[in-house]
Write a protein that binds this ligand. Structure first.
Ligand code: NAD
Length: 417
């Protein structure tokens, strides 16, 4: 489970970089004005019958950043701290991820203010179905396609799919992604984000001339993204020397026993509490390593600790782990940053594959999914890295420029601006 923090800052800093990217691409105030906010933002109230017989009314959101390129796409998070500004920022990031990967989508995002850890299965089902009823006019396989996000999973996607299909009176698997395999999910979806991050680590190491077998990797966060990534990097022969969770961190410069840690972690990605001798998350981020992967929460690398980070490469699996000031400091120190909108796009890429398979009614093997994912991630990396070099801009600005340029072009062709 991840905490959601600093939502206002996240939206503001996203808007700052979007503006810089559009200006570098030669666009003016009108385009910036359009793309710095979602086209549509819906707030819904969802009455849910609770197990005690009473009714509780929940608040939910759905943001659609821009649909000039195609339908909007993005996850729905269930979290007590989710709010409108955060959902807006996340929808913009989804546009950027889709732009970098060249997916025929714009960005979308949804959220419900709730704490699923304190709710029963039947209550969660009624809430999920109520949300779909509330937003059903706005979403659909050719309009806006939801997916899982923080504290939502394939079971919740299944309830949402079922509710949507009932409303529309036909089966509509392309309405939502991240579904169970038997309802039209894609092979490789669960591990997609970690697979994509692993591809980015390979590319970054290659760029810096470090052989994979010599690479020492630290991963903050041992949930869905962090734990699968630790597994993949360990299996590939790299040395995972640090991991962490909400309770603390484990570090061993000779490498950790990743298989053992994977065996013992709980379903919320916690394991360090089982061990004595753990260090703090703050300390872990400053330990020597070749690759540092923030894979937990926002705002972890800041102006305060960036001067002490010893990694040569930072790969952002988490959304928004590095502040703009820390980006500047790390870039000046020649740390290669692979920004979140590039590094963590594996999930939306395989969600796109799921939607394509649903539309075709023809399903791919896991290795087919992995190869296609790898190709798209590498293509994205090369575009961003080349622009970073040719325009002498930092990697985050380069990623935003690649992410937004196709969208701005589509807006122009449509004559909106
Ligand atoms: P998760 O809930 O499965 O795991 C989160 C991990 O972070 C857990 O190990 C938790 O203990 C740890 N954590 C929580 N608070 C912490 C803190 N204060 N300090 C250190 N560790 C803390 O989440 P996830 O799905 O692995 O997502 C992790 C990050 O990756 C998030 O920023 C998410 O937005 C991003 N991301 C995930 C996916 C995905 O497909 N899972 C896709 C794109 C981006």
């Amino acid at each position: 489970m991840i905490a959601v923090q600093g939502a206002f800052d996240v939206l503001k800093s996203t808007q700052i970089v979007i503006e810089q990217a559009l200006r570098k691409l030669g666009y003016g105030d009108d385009m910036i004005d359009l793309l710095k906010e979602p086209l549509r933002m819906m707030t819904v109230r969802i009455p849910v019958r609770m197990d005690n017989g009473g009714t509780k009314v929940f608040t939910g959101f759905r943001a659609q950043h821009n649909d000039a390129v195609g339908p909007t796409k993005g996850g729905v998070r269930f979290h007590p701290d989710v709010n409108a500004d955060e959902v807006k920022a996340l929808s913009i990031w989804m546009s950027l991820k889709c732009g970098i990967a060249d997916l025929p989508y714009g960005g979308g995002k949804g959220g419900i203010i709730c704490d699923p850890r304190g709710m029963s299965f039947p209550e969660l089902e009624r809430l999920s179905r109520g949300y779909v009823r509330a937003i059903s006019q706005l979403v659909g396989p050719t309009k806006d396609i939801p997916a899982p996000d923080v504290m939502t999973n394939s079971q919740i996607m299944a309830w949402m799919l079922d509710e949507y299909s009932r409303i529309r009176e036909f089966d509509s698997p392309g309405f939502i992604t991240g579904k169970p395999l038997v309802l039209g999910g894609s092979r490789g979806r669960e591990t997609a984000t970690a697979r994509g991050v692993a591809v980015m680590i390979h590319e970054a190491l290659r760029t810096r001339g470090i052989p994979l077998h010599d690479a020492r990797i630290i991963i903050q966060g041992f949930g869905n993204a962090g734990s699968f990534l630790a597994k993949f990097m360990h299996e590939a022969g790299a040395s995972v020397i640090g991991i962490s969770d909400v309770h603390g961190a484990l570090y061993n410069e000779d490498g950790l026993d990743i298989e053992h840690l994977l065996d013992r972690r709980d379903s919320f990605g916690a394991v360090t509490n089982l061990y004595s001798g753990s260090i703090s998350n703050e300390e872990l981020l400053e330990r020597p390593c070749d690759v540092l992967v923030p894979a937990a929460i926002q705002n972890q690398l800041t102006a305060d600790n960036a001067p002490r980070v010893q990694a040569g490469i930072v790969v952002e699996a988490a959304n928004g782990p590095t502040t703009l000031e820390a980006t500047r400091i790390l870039t000046e120190r020649d740390v290669l940053i692979i920004p979140d909108v590039l590094a963590s796009s594996g999930g939306v890429i395989v969600s796109y594959f799921e939607w394509v398979q649903n539309n075709q009614g023809y399903y791919w093997s896991e290795s087919e999914v992995e190869h296609k994912l790898q190709d798209m991630m590498i293509r994205g990396f090369r575009q961003v890295y080349e622009l970073h070099q040719s325009r002498a801009v930092d990697m985050r600005l380069a990623a935003y420029m690649v992410g937004v340029r196709r969208l701005a072009e589509a807006v122009r062709y449509r004559g909106w601006v």
